[in-house]
Design a protein around this ligand. Structure first.
Ligand SMILES: *Cc1c(COP(=O)(O)O)cnc(C)c1O
Length: 434
């Protein structure tokens, strides 16, 4: 039976769309490797990894086997008062991969919740140590940390996608988005604004929250690793925790296992999600140092006050174990390096007047246009060319599964070069997150 698109259009909300005038959706029947199979039999090369997640591709034999095996044991049991092998095994695998100072793991059920747990950890930690004034966060302009109310409050307050809720959101301190490009030369003066903000606000700050090196859904911006070293130093100097949101960047996407590795820094708290389960089932994790865990545990409450119903879901943990075992083989390094090299071809797109800038790091290629993209129109053109690339605001981006072959990536690159020459821009100024 075919997928009922009429029902979908009448009743199902898709991400960031209208119910009255929804964007078209494409019915996908199955997905294998780097290909999405449309219901009508056409196949599309996937340039998105389903929002950073499906790093090993779809329908992967090892990941399928892990889910199937776990399904025979149990799909789910509560994590309150119970533990199970997939949760413990995943914990061991994670601790082998993350910086060794991170020792304690909270399993959350989505990236946004992992960030919320990080905020709660920071607040409880500061409270437990008697720092009762340290109740605000420092976040960055152009940041994106999730869609729940606590995480919306960390997103760009002016031109982020949640600006309309500003009256309902907790007020935090914002620093300007880091300006110095990733491979540019860092100048001492580049850190001036951040140093000043710490000097002024440190007494209220519980933690500094940031996406290391790559600000994702807030504008796909790359910045200099030295900024992270400065952030680490200022956090140490002023007794502020550093929370690194690696939900998008973790597990090799930027060419290092974690984006913090570009700077050699270690956060106090790190959030993981998206690729954690290889794109199979929602799962996220918040990791923290022993000092943070000890601090929280020594407080008056003594417990970290969080516990989602589906915490440490065994199916999700089992497939995450299978995904991390593939990561552990190290094959991602040459795959990502190969993709990065091929993505350099995007740089020539700056010759087209509609293209404002091109940025490449690891297995991420970003084409920033002069104004917002007509998503429905651009998407239709790309589907007609056999590729799946999902623009937002004024951005096209490629972040394919690591297993993509050069010929498949060429298909994505050629389609993108074709698209930027078509009339796919809306009139008016670009608004990130619109
Ligand atoms: C996607 C994302 C989140 C939110 O994750 P969800 O699983 O969608 O809640 C948080 N932070 C960053 C950096 C992300 O890219």
């Amino acid at each position: 039976m075919s997928i009922d698109l009429h029902f979908d259009r009448q009743h199902l909300w898709h991400p960031y769309t209208s119910m009255a005038n929804p964007l078209p959706v494409y019915p996908i029947k199955s997905a294998t490797g780097v290909s999405l199979q449309l219901e009508d039999g056409r196949t599309l090369v996937d340039g998105t990894s389903s929002w950073w997640a499906a790093i090993h591709g779809y329908n992967h034999p090892d990941l399928n086997a892990a889910v199937t095996k776990q399904l025979q044991q149990m799909s789910h049991v509560m994590f309150g008062g119970i533990t199970h092998a997939p949760a413990v095994e995943l914990g061991k695998l994670l601790l082998q991969l993350v910086p060794s100072a991170l020792q304690h793991i909270f399993y959350a059920d989505s990236g946004s919740i992992a960030v919320e747990v990080a905020l709660k950890m920071a607040l409880q930690y500061q409270l437990a140590r008697g720092n009762s004034t340290k109740t605000q966060m420092l976040s960055l302009r152009k940041a994106y940390h999730g869609d729940t109310f606590a995480t919306m409050a960390l997103c760009d307050p002016v031109d982020g996608m949640h600006a309309m809720f500003h009256r309902q959101l907790t007020s935090h301190v914002f620093a300007p988005a880091p300006e110095r490009a990733f491979d540019d030369v860092w100048l001492e003066s580049d850190g001036q604004a951040l140093r000043e903000i710490f000097r002024q606000h440190h007494a209220q700050l519980a933690a500094f929250v940031l996406e290391p090196v790559l600000q994702g859904a807030g504008g796909m911006r790359l910045y200099h690793p030295e900024y992270l070293r400065l952030a680490r130093a200022l956090c140490d100097q002023y007794d502020v925790l550093l929370i690194c949101d690696e939900i998008a960047t973790g597990f090799g996407r930027t060419g290092k296992l974690f984006a913090v590795d570009h700077a050699g820094i270690i956060p106090d708290i790190m959030c993981l999600g998206k690729a954690l389960s290889g794109g199979y089932i929602t799962l996220a994790a918040t990791l923290c140092s022993k000092a943070v865990a000890d601090g929280i545990s020594s407080g008056a409450v003594g417990a970290l006050m969080h516990g989602p119903t589906y915490m440490a879901n065994p199916l999700a943990c089992a497939v995450a174990c299978a995904s991390l075992k593939i990561i552990q083989t190290g094959g991602w390094q040459s795959q990502v390096a190969q993709i990065e090299q091929q993505l350099q071809a995007l740089k020539k797109l700056t010759q087209y007047p509609a293209v404002k800038a091109v940025r490449v790091l690891g297995a991420v290629g970003i084409v920033e246009m002069q104004s917002n993209i007509d998503v429905a129109k651009a998407q239709a053109l790309m589907v007609a060319r056999g590729v799946w690339i999902r623009p937002f605001a004024n951005l096209f981006y490629l972040m394919p599964p690591y297993i993509i072959q050069p010929a498949e990536l060429s298909k994505l690159l050629e389609a993108l070069e074709f698209i930027v020459q078509q009339d796919v821009l809306q009139q008016g100024q670009a608004l990130p997150g619109a």
